[in-house]
Structure formats: structure tokens, C-alpha cells
Design a protein. Structure first.
Length: 691
């Protein structure tokens, strides 16, 4: 065990070094020092949180899994315990509020319980001796940790340099900590999502008693990266039932998929969905002794996955629940057991969703707002906002375009490991594209081969059929109900890797060495695609004297948050007491300081109301802004044009209208794409007589 751990650490460190310095020779040694500092300062609290989760879940799963499974018990306990811990914190933050002493009261005893259970399991851990195949996990893990130590906003052009992180995944936890409650905000529609993982991003800052942006950013990214690692371990265990080497290869391959690297290194929520969904799938495929316990376990985990990300309900929850019912039926269990299992899945999953439904219904009258707004109620929105949301988030493609989208977004997409391809032109309206498209797929041919092998081998036939059904259902849901983004297909990797694992297990029955060699080639190929994507996807820089900008090496990016580079914004240079209204810009909210007001792209624009007042018989725009205590106006012209050309925006808030109304206003800063205005002071007419 110790030799494997040392070897895994060495491979991880080497992979991280290569990712940071783009080769063996160092670009900046201090960059690696920065990475180690971030891992120690912010990574250790994440490890302590997982220890608390292990303590929470250990007792719960003790009677469910046989003792001969050894370390797998620790994985089950940790994932299930993390689900319970996050749900407990989530409910508490809505009902009682966010307070450091409450978080310590919740987590502190669980850490002690985790230490006690870890001490009891020390003999099992020492007896566990993984083979050389476990070292493959270090290749993608090193790249993941390097990317997770880069501040949000510096990596991944395909995700608009973490736009979603800066505008709501971490911005909302920042606002929740300021208000001491997890709640919905009328200026940010994403606050009405379940947000289980996002509420969890407040845990470490509150445990540490720090509300600074650096703690929120690094702890959030490393927590989500830890979910990616745990999801890979869950995949490894799912596949490894038929051979440990096959399992480690599948887990390493999952972690090496570029979309896993991208999302796992950002403070997103996809990896939590895969982790909870993988454990639920494992329990569904391998029923235990009690229908009641199994049903509660599967249903609870699927409910947790759904409140991590709503699309996990249909993408993961529905097919895994059906697979569980079919598995119980095929094993010849009694009708009573079958009924008990199915009922417990529905009840447990539903109970987890109740706090989300209750909060939204109380705030908007619609338990699933902003969805189904036409039927269940639109809350504070008007028809324009509802129509804008539906147009941006609902499918509108024809059958032919769905097929084309699957080819581009899944089969030959760099995010899913397609190697090579051709360069794509830079688009202003569709930036969610990697630098190349149309490459050779490294994942899906093996998935298809796994389906064939599984259907041929009688012992794998049920698993292969179940996974094929899950894949077809996920593709159908994605094609019919979503707006066809490649990232939304990440849950497909769960059944996909299980199918690919059937090939690895079949090869391992003929030669243990062959599966390790073939697996190493597969994982290293995916690792190279991910590493290349990392080098191409960082923020552009143009050193003095250079002709063109190029993606900054990761060594230049690490530590930029501490150096203040990300907070270099005209708004942050304003004196205290200023209050800024942001027009059409939520791209860097997380790094803004002082008082500011904004709305998301889909919410009702206050500026639209103010323009209509000023354009009518009311006072001029400057007087309107003074009445609401706004001292400065930040207008992002480029984003305003983009929103009008894509999702839509308030039709009265246009560049021509704003430039006319702000003509003559003092300009504090003009950066080309955006302008910062100072609202003029009121002019006092001294010729008027005093009353």
C-alpha cells in the first residue's frame, strides 16, 4: 500500500510539473511553489471535510456492504457521508442560517468520528495492495490539480474563462455568506437552482472564519476536483468488480477525459453528480440483502445528485432507478421486495428534493422556478423574461441537426478525448468550442466494442444491456430537451466507462499484463489530449515586443490572484462609498470590490425601467440613478451587443440609447469594450429665490 501511494504521488507530481511548465525544464520554479502552497493551505481543509464525511457515512453503510470488500467500504462511506453532510448544511443554511459555530457544530464531531473509524480500518488498509495499474491515475490527477490551483478566470476559454464560476457558482456563495442565508435573489435567477454543491462551497470559508475571495476560489475548486477524483474511484470500483487492473484503467481514463479535466478543475457541480450517481449505480447493479435499505440508499443518492444539478434527475436518476428495479426483478426477488425497493427509491429521492421545492414555492409560488414558468408560475418575472429563458435553454433543433450536434459535440469533440482534427475559427457568439474539431475519438469506439463484448458474454449481458439503455435514454433527453451543449453530456461517461470496462475485463481474463499495457496506451493518449487542451485554453498574453498574443503558460498564471492581477478593474479603483450599477456584465463579479448592483442576463433589467422613466415625462437618467443611490455606471458595450444578438436583452437598453443619455457624463475609465461613468452631481439653480 505504501509503495503504491509513493508511486502514485511521484507520477502525480511529475504530471503536474509538466502541465505547469509545459515541459521538463522549469519556466518559473516559484509557480510550483505557489501550487504546493495552494494545495497545502486550501487542500488540507478539503481532506478534513472528506474525513468528516467518512465518519458520517461509516456507520450508515456498515450493515449494507460485506466486510470482505475492505477499502471499498471507505469509498461507500465517504460518498454517502458527503451527501448527508452537504444536505444537512444545505437545509440548515436555508432554515437557521450560515454561521461559523453552526458549521463547526456539524463538522467537528464528524471529524472525530472519521478519525476513529479510520483507526479501526488501518489493518484493512495495510492489507490492500493495488497493482501497477493504479499509477495510471496519477497522470490525469496531476493535470487536474495543476489546473485547480489556477484562479478562476485564467483558464478554459471553452468555458469563457470560468464565466459561470465568476457570475454564480462562486458569486452566489459569496452573496449568501454576506446575507447569512442560502436564498433566492431576484437579480440572479441561478440562485433559485437547488445549489447543493454551491452551498457546500461556503463550508471551508466558514470553518476557517475567512470570507476572502482566495479562500472561496481555491477551496471551491479543490473541493470539486476532489469530487472528480472520487468519481474516478467510483468508476474504478464499478468496473473493477471483474478485475482490479481493469477498474484502475477505467477510472484513470475517466479522469483523463478533457471535459472532466475542465469541469473538475472549476468550481462547478458535474463531478458531484457523477460521484453520487456512480455509487447509486453500483448499488442498483449489485442489490444487497434488504430491499428497504437498498431503496433508501439508491433513492437518497439519486436525490442528492439531482439537487447538485437538476438535469441529473432525468439524465442519471431515472435510468439508474429503472436499472435497480430491473435488477431486483431479474434476481427473482419477491413482488413485495420489488415494490418496497421501488417505493423507497421514490420516497428517499423525493425527500431530498423537498427543501428545494419548499424554498422556491415560498419565494416565487413555483417549486421549480424558473422552469415550467408558464404552467406553475413565473414569480417576479414577466413574459419577456420567461420567453428569454425558454429560448436560451430549450431545444430548438430539428432531427437532422441533432445528429450533426452529436457528431460535433460528442463523437468527435476534443472534450470527450477526440485526438487531432482541424482548427476552428474564433466565434464571438459561440465561444464554447475547443481549438480543434473533428478528431479521432478515443473513448466511444471502445464503448461500442464494450457493448458488443458484453452482449456476447452471458455474464456481462445484463450490465451491457442496462448501460446501453442508459446511454440511449441520456442521448434522447439531451437531444430533445436541452440546447445541445457538449458539457451537458458528461453524465454519459458513467455508463460509457462501464461499457468500456467490459472490454478491459475481457482482456484481463486472457492476460493481466495485456490489460495494463493497452490501458496505459489508452490513458496516456487521453492524457496528452487533455494536456494539449490545457496549454491552449489559458488567458492570452502578449509580452512587450511580441507581435501576437498567445495562451499564457500555467506557470505565469499560478499566483495571479494573490498578485492582484485579477482584481485589476476600474471599479475596484473607486473610493469607498461608491455604488456601481453594471449594465450587461456579470463576467468578473467575483473579483469586484465595494458596493455594486447587477442582474443576470435572464433577469429583468433595472436599467430598462430607468431608461423608460427617463425617456418619458420623468427626470433625466442621472436624476433617476441618484434617486436609487447609484454613483457610477459601468456599461459593457461588447456584452450588451452579444446579449441582444443571442439570448436577448431589454429592448430599450441599447448602445445608442445609453450613449445618448450619458452624453456629457464624466468618464472615469474607458477600456474600449466597456466604459465606467460617474453619475453627475445635481445642479443647484442659485438664481431661484429661497422660500
Amino acid at each position: 500500500m505504501m509503495r503504491a501511494a509513493v508511486g502514485l504521488a511521484a507520477v502525480t507530481a511529475l504530471s503536474s510539473w509538466l502541465a505547469v511548465h509545459q515541459g521538463v525544464l522549469p519556466l518559473d520554479v516559484w509557480a510550483s511553489v505557489d501550487q504546493v502552497r495552494v494545495l497545502v493551505v486550501y487542500g488540507l481543509p478539503v481532506a478534513v471535510l472528506w474525513l468528516a464525511a467518512y465518519g458520517f457515512g461509516a456507520e450508515m453503510v456498515r450493515g449494507l456492504y460485506p466486510s470482505r470488500e475492505g477499502p471499498a467500504d471507505g469509498l461507500n462511506a465517504s460518498v454517502a457521508g458527503m451527501g448527508l453532510l452537504l444536505v444537512g448544511h444545505w437545509v440548515n443554511s436555508m432554515l437557521i442560517g450560515l454561521a461559523g459555530w453552526i458549521v463547526w457544530l456539524l463538522v467537528g464531531p464528524l471529524v472525530l468520528a472519521g478519525v476513529w473509524h479510520l483507526w479501526r480500518a488501518r489493518g484493512v488498509l495495510r492489507a490492500y495492495r493495488p497493482g501497477l495499474s493504479v499509477l495510471l491515475l496519477g497522470l490525469p490527477l496531476g493535470v487536474l490539480l495543476a489546473a485547480a490551483c489556477a484562479p478562476a478566470g485564467t483558464l478554459w476559454r471553452v468555458e469563457a474563462y470560468g464565466y459561470d464560476v465568476l457570475s454564480y457558482h462562486l458569486q452566489l456563495p459569496r452573496e449568501w455568506m454576506a446575507t447569512a442565508y442560502v436564498q433566492g435573489f431576484e437579480h440572479n435567477v441561478y440562485s433559485f437552482f437547488p445549489s447543493l454543491v454551491e452551498s457546500g462551497y461556503t463550508l471551508i470559508p466558514m470553518l476557517a472564519g475567512r470570507d476572502d475571495v482566495a479562500t472561496l476560489v481555491y477551496s471551491g475548486q479543490l473541493l470539486h476536483a476532489s469530487f472528480a477524483l472520487v468519481a474516478a474511484l467510483c468508476v474504478a470500483r464499478l468496473v473493477g468488480r471483474g478485475g482490479a487492473d481493469a477498474g484502475w484503467v477505467a477510472g484513470a481514463a475517466f479522469l483523463a477525459v478533457p471535459w472532466v479535466l475542465v469541469t473538475g478543475s472549476l468550481a462547478y457541480n458535474e463531478m458531484a453528480v457523477v460521484a453520487f450517481g456512480a455509487l447509486a449505480l453500483d448499488r442498483a447493479l449489485r442489490p444487497g440483502r434488504e430491499a428497504l435499505v437498498d431503496g433508501l440508499m439508491v433513492g437518497g443518492l439519486l436525490g442528492v445528485a439531482t439537487v447538485c444539478k437538476l438535469t441529473a434527475g432525468p439524465m442519471v436518476g431515472v435510468p439508474v432507478a429503472v436499472i435497480g428495479v430491473v435488477r431486483w426483478w431479474r434476481l427473482g426477488r419477491s413482488a413485495e421486495d420489488l415494490k418496497t425497493f421501488g417505493l423507497c427509491v421514490v420516497v428517499a429521492g423525493g425527500l431530498v428534493l423537498v427543501p428545494y421545492f419548499w424554498r422556491n414555492a415560498s419565494a416565487t409560488g413555483n417549486p421549480v422556478f424558473p422552469f415550467a414558468a408558464e404552467v406553475l408560475g413565473s414569480g417576479h418575472w414577466g413574459e419577456a423574461e420567461v420567453e428569454r429563458w425558454d429560448r436560451a435553454h430549450m431545444a430548438s433543433a430539428s432531427e437532422g441537426s441533432v445528429v450533426a450536434a452529436l457528431d460535433r459535440q460528442l463523437l468527435r469533440n476534443t472534450g470527450f478525448g477526440a485526438a487531432g482534427g482541424w482548427p476552428v475559427p474564433v466565434e464571438t457568439q459561440n465561444i464554447a468550442r475547443f481549438d480543434r474539431e473533428g478528431g479521432f475519438p478515443l473513448v466511444w469506439p471502445l464503448v461500442l466494442l464494450g457493448l458488443v463484448v458484453g452482449l456476447v458474454r452471458r455474464e456481462d449481458r445484463l450490465v451491457a444491456g442496462s448501460m446501453a439503455g442508459m446511454v440511449l435514454w441520456q442521448l434522447l433527453f439531451w437531444g430533445v430537451t436541452t440546447h445541445h451543449q457538449s458539457r451537458f453530456l458528461i453524465p454519459l461517461l458513467l455508463p460509457g466507462m462501464v461499457l468500456a470496462g467490459l472490454v478491459l475485463r475481457w482482456v484481463s481474463t486472457m492476460s493481466a499484463r495485456a490489460v495494463v499495457v493497452a490501458g496505459a496506451v489508452w490513458v496516456m493518449s487521453l492524457w496528452l489530449v487533455g494536456m494539449t487542451a490545457l496549454w491552449e485554453q489559458s488567458v492570452p498574453v502578449r509580452p512587450e515586443g511580441a507581435r501576437e498574443a498567445f495562451p499564457a503558460p500555467l506557470a505565469w498564471v499560478l499566483g495571479s490572484l494573490e498578485r492582484g492581477a485579477l482584481a485589476d478593474h476600474p471599479i475596484n479603483a473607486l473610493p469607498e462609498g461608491c455604488r456601481v450599477y453594471l449594465v450587461a456584465d456579470a463576467s468578473r463579479l467575483l473579483y469586484l470590490e465595494g458596493a455594486f448592483v447587477y442582474e443576470s442576463a435572464f433577469d429583468r433589467s433595472s436599467m430598462g425601467d430607468w431608461v423608460r422613466i427617463a425617456r418619458g415625462d420623468g427626470p433625466a437618467l442621472d436624476q433617476v440613478l441618484r434617486n436609487v443611490e447609484v454613483t457610477h455606471l459601468w456599461v459593457h458595450w461588447g456584452e450588451l451587443a452579444r446579449l441582444h444578438g443571442t439570448y436577448g436583452y431589454d429592448p430599450d437598453v441599447t448602445e445608442s440609447e445609453l450613449r445618448a443619455m450619458t452624453s456629457g457624463w464624466p468618464v472615469v475609465a474607458d477600456v474600449g469594450a466597456a466604459t465606467l461613468y460617474r453619475v453627475p452631481e445635481a445642479v443647484v439653480d442659485e438664481t431661484q429665490e429661497m422660500p
